[in-house]
Design a protein around this ligand. Structure first.
Ligand SMILES: Nc1ncnc2c1ncn2[C@@H]1O[C@H](COP(=O)(O)OP(=O)(O)OP(=O)(O)O)[C@@H](O)[C@H]1O
Length: 273
Protein backbone atom coordinates (compact mmCIF):
# COMPACT_ATOMS: atom_id res chain seq x y z
CA UNK A 1 0.00 0.00 0.00
CA UNK A 2 2.87 2.34 0.86
CA UNK A 3 4.36 1.64 -2.58
CA UNK A 4 1.17 2.74 -4.28
CA UNK A 5 1.05 5.99 -2.31
CA UNK A 6 4.59 6.82 -3.44
CA UNK A 7 3.87 5.90 -7.04
CA UNK A 8 0.85 8.16 -7.26
CA UNK A 9 2.38 11.00 -5.26
CA UNK A 10 1.93 13.64 -7.96
CA UNK A 11 -1.64 12.60 -8.72
CA UNK A 12 -3.90 15.37 -9.86
CA UNK A 13 -1.59 17.84 -11.57
CA UNK A 14 -1.79 18.07 -15.34
CA UNK A 15 1.51 17.90 -17.18
CA UNK A 16 0.31 17.87 -20.78
CA UNK A 17 -3.01 19.11 -22.09
CA UNK A 18 -4.05 18.85 -25.72
CA UNK A 19 -7.40 20.38 -26.61
CA UNK A 20 -9.44 20.14 -29.78
CA UNK A 21 -6.66 18.72 -31.96
CA UNK A 22 -7.45 18.70 -35.66
CA UNK A 23 -5.12 16.94 -38.03
CA UNK A 24 -5.37 15.43 -41.48
CA UNK A 25 -2.82 14.13 -43.95
CA UNK A 26 -3.10 13.72 -47.70
CA UNK A 27 -3.77 10.07 -48.50
CA UNK A 28 -2.44 8.03 -51.40
CA UNK A 29 -5.60 8.34 -53.49
CA UNK A 30 -5.39 12.13 -53.57
CA UNK A 31 -7.91 12.53 -50.75
CA UNK A 32 -7.48 13.46 -47.13
CA UNK A 33 -7.14 11.19 -44.15
CA UNK A 34 -8.51 12.65 -40.92
CA UNK A 35 -6.35 11.62 -37.98
CA UNK A 36 -7.92 13.76 -35.22
CA UNK A 37 -11.18 15.66 -35.31
CA UNK A 38 -11.29 17.49 -32.02
CA UNK A 39 -9.20 15.13 -29.87
CA UNK A 40 -8.66 16.15 -26.21
CA UNK A 41 -6.00 14.47 -24.08
CA UNK A 42 -4.68 15.22 -20.61
CA UNK A 43 -1.64 13.53 -19.13
CA UNK A 44 -1.09 13.63 -15.40
CA UNK A 45 2.22 14.72 -13.96
CA UNK A 46 4.33 11.80 -12.77
CA UNK A 47 2.08 9.26 -14.46
CA UNK A 48 3.20 6.36 -16.59
CA UNK A 49 0.61 6.88 -19.30
CA UNK A 50 0.25 4.25 -21.98
CA UNK A 51 -1.40 5.22 -25.27
CA UNK A 52 -2.94 2.09 -26.68
CA UNK A 53 -4.53 1.87 -30.08
CA UNK A 54 -4.61 0.08 -33.40
CA UNK A 55 -1.99 0.67 -36.07
CA UNK A 56 -2.43 3.99 -37.85
CA UNK A 57 -4.71 5.61 -35.25
CA UNK A 58 -2.19 8.38 -34.62
CA UNK A 59 -0.30 7.35 -31.47
CA UNK A 60 3.18 8.27 -32.73
CA UNK A 61 1.77 11.44 -34.21
CA UNK A 62 0.54 12.46 -30.75
CA UNK A 63 4.09 12.09 -29.39
CA UNK A 64 5.38 14.20 -32.27
CA UNK A 65 2.85 16.92 -31.46
CA UNK A 66 3.78 16.84 -27.75
CA UNK A 67 7.44 17.17 -28.66
CA UNK A 68 6.78 20.07 -31.04
CA UNK A 69 8.11 18.05 -33.99
CA UNK A 70 4.77 18.29 -35.78
CA UNK A 71 2.13 20.98 -35.80
CA UNK A 72 -1.52 19.89 -36.04
CA UNK A 73 -3.79 21.73 -38.49
CA UNK A 74 -5.22 23.46 -35.43
CA UNK A 75 -5.56 23.03 -31.68
CA UNK A 76 -7.10 25.12 -28.92
CA UNK A 77 -4.16 24.25 -26.67
CA UNK A 78 -0.97 22.25 -26.60
CA UNK A 79 0.01 22.90 -23.03
CA UNK A 80 3.03 21.71 -21.12
CA UNK A 81 2.75 22.76 -17.47
CA UNK A 82 0.10 25.26 -18.47
CA UNK A 83 2.18 26.95 -21.19
CA UNK A 84 1.52 26.58 -24.88
CA UNK A 85 4.31 24.78 -26.71
CA UNK A 86 3.64 26.91 -29.79
CA UNK A 87 4.59 30.03 -27.85
CA UNK A 88 7.36 28.32 -25.91
CA UNK A 89 9.17 25.90 -28.26
CA UNK A 90 11.97 25.72 -25.68
CA UNK A 91 9.64 23.57 -23.54
CA UNK A 92 10.51 20.63 -25.76
CA UNK A 93 13.93 20.65 -24.09
CA UNK A 94 12.20 19.14 -21.05
CA UNK A 95 11.44 16.09 -23.15
CA UNK A 96 13.34 13.12 -24.46
CA UNK A 97 12.30 10.58 -27.05
CA UNK A 98 12.97 6.85 -27.19
CA UNK A 99 12.17 5.27 -30.56
CA UNK A 100 11.28 1.78 -31.68
CA UNK A 101 14.88 1.00 -32.57
CA UNK A 102 17.90 2.18 -30.55
CA UNK A 103 19.17 4.49 -33.33
CA UNK A 104 22.69 4.49 -31.87
CA UNK A 105 25.60 5.86 -33.85
CA UNK A 106 27.51 2.72 -34.67
CA UNK A 107 30.91 4.38 -34.75
CA UNK A 108 30.49 5.67 -31.20
CA UNK A 109 30.59 3.67 -27.96
CA UNK A 110 27.47 3.41 -25.81
CA UNK A 111 28.91 6.08 -23.51
CA UNK A 112 29.70 8.36 -26.45
CA UNK A 113 26.16 7.88 -27.72
CA UNK A 114 24.76 8.92 -24.35
CA UNK A 115 27.13 11.87 -24.29
CA UNK A 116 25.82 12.80 -27.73
CA UNK A 117 22.34 12.96 -26.14
CA UNK A 118 23.67 15.23 -23.40
CA UNK A 119 25.39 17.51 -25.86
CA UNK A 120 22.37 17.56 -28.20
CA UNK A 121 19.86 18.76 -25.65
CA UNK A 122 22.32 20.90 -23.72
CA UNK A 123 20.32 21.01 -20.50
CA UNK A 124 22.84 19.35 -18.17
CA UNK A 125 25.94 21.25 -17.08
CA UNK A 126 29.06 19.56 -18.41
CA UNK A 127 30.55 18.91 -14.99
CA UNK A 128 27.56 16.65 -14.18
CA UNK A 129 27.97 14.46 -17.27
CA UNK A 130 30.32 11.82 -15.76
CA UNK A 131 28.13 11.39 -12.68
CA UNK A 132 24.94 11.16 -14.76
CA UNK A 133 26.45 8.66 -17.17
CA UNK A 134 27.72 6.46 -14.36
CA UNK A 135 24.43 6.60 -12.50
CA UNK A 136 22.18 5.73 -15.41
CA UNK A 137 24.43 3.14 -17.06
CA UNK A 138 24.57 1.42 -13.65
CA UNK A 139 20.78 1.70 -13.27
CA UNK A 140 20.22 -0.26 -16.47
CA UNK A 141 22.99 -2.77 -15.68
CA UNK A 142 25.35 -1.59 -18.42
CA UNK A 143 28.30 -0.18 -16.43
CA UNK A 144 30.67 -2.81 -17.79
CA UNK A 145 29.62 -2.16 -21.37
CA UNK A 146 29.76 1.64 -21.49
CA UNK A 147 32.85 1.59 -23.67
CA UNK A 148 31.65 -1.09 -26.06
CA UNK A 149 30.40 -0.27 -29.54
CA UNK A 150 26.76 -1.05 -30.44
CA UNK A 151 27.86 -3.96 -32.66
CA UNK A 152 29.54 -5.58 -29.63
CA UNK A 153 26.35 -5.82 -27.54
CA UNK A 154 22.90 -7.38 -27.96
CA UNK A 155 19.80 -5.58 -29.30
CA UNK A 156 18.37 -5.39 -25.77
CA UNK A 157 21.57 -3.82 -24.48
CA UNK A 158 21.51 -1.31 -27.34
CA UNK A 159 17.97 -0.35 -26.40
CA UNK A 160 19.03 0.01 -22.75
CA UNK A 161 21.75 2.42 -23.96
CA UNK A 162 19.08 4.33 -25.92
CA UNK A 163 17.09 4.67 -22.69
CA UNK A 164 20.19 5.97 -20.92
CA UNK A 165 20.75 8.46 -23.77
CA UNK A 166 17.27 9.84 -23.07
CA UNK A 167 17.35 9.53 -19.28
CA UNK A 168 20.73 11.24 -18.70
CA UNK A 169 19.07 14.49 -19.63
CA UNK A 170 16.69 13.91 -16.71
CA UNK A 171 13.75 14.97 -18.87
CA UNK A 172 10.50 15.89 -17.22
CA UNK A 173 8.64 14.03 -19.94
CA UNK A 174 9.86 10.85 -21.56
CA UNK A 175 8.17 10.04 -24.86
CA UNK A 176 8.54 6.37 -25.77
CA UNK A 177 7.33 5.03 -29.11
CA UNK A 178 7.00 1.23 -29.00
CA UNK A 179 10.55 1.00 -27.66
CA UNK A 180 10.52 -2.77 -27.11
CA UNK A 181 8.43 -3.95 -30.02
CA UNK A 182 11.41 -5.25 -32.02
CA UNK A 183 12.79 -7.32 -29.12
CA UNK A 184 11.98 -10.93 -28.32
CA UNK A 185 9.47 -11.33 -25.50
CA UNK A 186 12.00 -12.39 -22.84
CA UNK A 187 14.23 -9.40 -23.55
CA UNK A 188 11.22 -7.07 -23.79
CA UNK A 189 9.97 -8.26 -20.38
CA UNK A 190 13.40 -7.58 -18.87
CA UNK A 191 13.45 -4.13 -20.48
CA UNK A 192 10.03 -3.29 -19.04
CA UNK A 193 11.27 -4.26 -15.58
CA UNK A 194 14.39 -2.10 -15.99
CA UNK A 195 12.33 0.85 -17.22
CA UNK A 196 9.80 0.63 -14.39
CA UNK A 197 12.62 0.32 -11.82
CA UNK A 198 14.29 3.40 -13.28
CA UNK A 199 11.05 5.36 -13.24
CA UNK A 200 10.10 4.29 -9.71
CA UNK A 201 13.56 4.87 -8.24
CA UNK A 202 13.13 8.61 -8.37
CA UNK A 203 11.37 10.42 -5.56
CA UNK A 204 9.48 12.62 -8.02
CA UNK A 205 8.50 10.48 -10.97
CA UNK A 206 9.10 11.68 -14.48
CA UNK A 207 6.05 11.73 -16.71
CA UNK A 208 6.25 8.87 -19.19
CA UNK A 209 4.07 8.72 -22.29
CA UNK A 210 4.49 5.27 -23.76
CA UNK A 211 2.97 4.19 -27.07
CA UNK A 212 2.13 0.58 -27.80
CA UNK A 213 -0.43 -1.56 -29.54
CA UNK A 214 0.40 -4.45 -27.18
CA UNK A 215 -2.34 -4.87 -24.56
CA UNK A 216 -0.21 -7.07 -22.34
CA UNK A 217 2.58 -4.50 -22.33
CA UNK A 218 0.11 -1.77 -21.37
CA UNK A 219 -1.16 -3.89 -18.46
CA UNK A 220 2.39 -4.52 -17.24
CA UNK A 221 3.48 -0.87 -17.30
CA UNK A 222 0.74 1.69 -16.96
CA UNK A 223 -0.57 3.84 -14.16
CA UNK A 224 -2.91 5.37 -16.76
CA UNK A 225 -4.22 3.71 -19.88
CA UNK A 226 -5.66 5.76 -22.72
CA UNK A 227 -7.29 3.75 -25.47
CA UNK A 228 -7.76 5.25 -28.92
CA UNK A 229 -10.13 4.23 -31.71
CA UNK A 230 -9.02 3.87 -35.33
CA UNK A 231 -8.58 7.23 -37.10
CA UNK A 232 -10.12 9.72 -36.88
CA UNK A 233 -9.20 8.75 -33.38
CA UNK A 234 -10.97 9.54 -30.18
CA UNK A 235 -10.44 8.26 -26.65
CA UNK A 236 -12.85 5.38 -26.25
CA UNK A 237 -11.69 4.17 -22.85
CA UNK A 238 -9.48 5.51 -20.10
CA UNK A 239 -8.54 3.94 -16.82
CA UNK A 240 -6.11 4.28 -13.95
CA UNK A 241 -4.19 1.21 -12.88
CA UNK A 242 -3.29 0.72 -9.23
CA UNK A 243 -1.57 -2.64 -9.46
CA UNK A 244 1.70 -2.79 -7.53
CA UNK A 245 5.05 -3.65 -9.13
CA UNK A 246 6.70 -5.87 -10.10
CA UNK A 247 3.84 -6.99 -12.32
CA UNK A 248 4.21 -10.43 -13.73
CA UNK A 249 2.85 -11.04 -17.21
CA UNK A 250 1.04 -14.17 -16.04
CA UNK A 251 -0.28 -12.87 -12.72
CA UNK A 252 -4.06 -12.97 -12.26
CA UNK A 253 -4.25 -9.16 -11.91
CA UNK A 254 -2.36 -8.47 -15.13
CA UNK A 255 -4.32 -11.09 -17.04
CA UNK A 256 -7.64 -9.76 -15.70
CA UNK A 257 -6.68 -6.25 -16.77
CA UNK A 258 -5.71 -7.52 -20.23
CA UNK A 259 -9.11 -9.18 -20.55
CA UNK A 260 -10.84 -5.96 -19.55
CA UNK A 261 -8.85 -3.98 -22.12
CA UNK A 262 -9.54 -6.48 -24.90
CA UNK A 263 -13.25 -6.31 -24.09
CA UNK A 264 -13.20 -2.51 -24.04
CA UNK A 265 -11.46 -2.43 -27.41
CA UNK A 266 -13.97 -4.79 -28.96
CA UNK A 267 -16.99 -3.01 -27.52
CA UNK A 268 -15.92 0.61 -27.84
CA UNK A 269 -13.60 0.67 -30.83
CA UNK A 270 -14.79 -2.35 -32.76
CA UNK A 271 -11.21 -3.64 -32.72
CA UNK A 272 -10.25 -7.18 -31.73
CA UNK A 273 -6.75 -7.96 -30.48
N1 LIG B 1 4.00 12.95 -42.31
C1 LIG B 1 2.94 12.22 -42.69
N2 LIG B 1 2.40 12.35 -43.91
C2 LIG B 1 1.33 11.65 -44.30
N3 LIG B 1 0.70 10.76 -43.50
C3 LIG B 1 1.20 10.57 -42.28
C4 LIG B 1 2.35 11.28 -41.79
N4 LIG B 1 2.61 10.90 -40.51
C5 LIG B 1 1.67 9.99 -40.21
N5 LIG B 1 0.84 9.79 -41.25
C6 LIG B 1 -0.32 8.91 -41.27
O1 LIG B 1 -1.08 9.20 -40.12
C7 LIG B 1 -1.64 8.03 -39.56
C8 LIG B 1 -1.22 7.91 -38.11
O2 LIG B 1 0.18 7.61 -38.06
P1 LIG B 1 0.90 7.19 -36.70
O3 LIG B 1 2.28 6.78 -37.08
O4 LIG B 1 0.76 8.27 -35.71
O5 LIG B 1 0.03 5.95 -36.25
P2 LIG B 1 0.30 4.92 -35.05
O6 LIG B 1 -0.96 4.82 -34.30
O7 LIG B 1 1.50 5.32 -34.28
O8 LIG B 1 0.56 3.59 -35.89
P3 LIG B 1 1.56 2.35 -35.64
O9 LIG B 1 1.08 1.65 -34.41
O10 LIG B 1 1.39 1.52 -36.87
O11 LIG B 1 2.95 2.93 -35.50
C9 LIG B 1 -1.16 6.88 -40.44
O12 LIG B 1 -2.17 6.60 -41.38
C10 LIG B 1 0.06 7.45 -41.13
O13 LIG B 1 0.26 6.84 -42.38
Amino acid sequence: MLEMTKDTAAAGETKVSLKNLQLSFPDQSGGVKQIYQGLDLEIEKGSFTVLLGPSGCGKSTLLNIMDGLLQPNSADEILIDGEDLRDRPDLSRQMAYVFQGPRLLKWKTLAENAEFGLRGLGVQPRDRWPELMERYFAAVGLSEYMHHYPSQVSGGMQQRAAIVRAWVNEPQILLMDEPFSHLDEITAAEMRRILVDLWRAEEVHRTVVFVTHDISEAAQLATDIVMLTPAPSSICFRRKVDLPWPRHIESDEVMDLEKELRKAFAERAGVRF
